[in-house]
Design a protein around this ligand. Sequence first.
Ligand code: ADE
Length: 239
Amino acid sequence: MGRHKKTIGIIGSMDAEIAQYLKNSEPERTTDWNGITFHEAGLFGKSTVIVKSGVGKVFAAMVCERLIDIYGPVAVVFTGVAGALNSELDIGDVVLSKTCIQHDVDVQALGFMRGTIPYTELREFKADEKLLEIAQCTKLGSKKIIAGRILTGDQFITKKEMNEHKYLTDELHGDAIEMEGGSIAQVCTLNKIPFIIVRTVSDRADGTAASDFNKFLPVVARNSFDVVRNLLLNYRDGR
Ligand code: ADE
């Protein structure tokens, strides 16, 4: 379908994370598949497929594989919000996935390091360097952009029990935490598709995370959008 057009896939997990993209795009065609809507659209001079995956690793993996198989993107960008684990991050700052680990993969009982997908070499997934470089150069007003480690798992983390979650910072050295990035990273890595996860901090993954998340989600998701706009304007695919 879009293979000749050098399409870029843009995935968010919730309406608020893709709203800006749909609003600014020139729609071409939408296709429904298993309750998921894929929007083929022009955006900042590029051909894109914009899709809301739904929350969590299973939805993210399913939608990402479908996107790759049907639309043949030259790159996949995940855009959305995350909780901060790094205390130097403020709400509204952006974290890019230099690396991603799925923190909820824990087969230590069989001797595998936390995050390792058992019986594989897969643990730490690296984003595409060209995408990282362009994203990092975005001008974001007063907010910071860092390239760091994003942790992914099927839990909304509030650090209510500090000891229970200490491994996120002390062992896995996470800068931000969310629920889809590591899954997108695994699917893209196995398919050999360049990817990047772009996350704006909506909360501090602490006791106030739930209220901050609801309060800041629609506002801060725009910072990820600004970074992705810069990516679309400047990315030249090497293939
Ligand atoms: N996404 C945004 N905030 C989050 C949190 N605290 N835990 C998991 N995913 C998140």
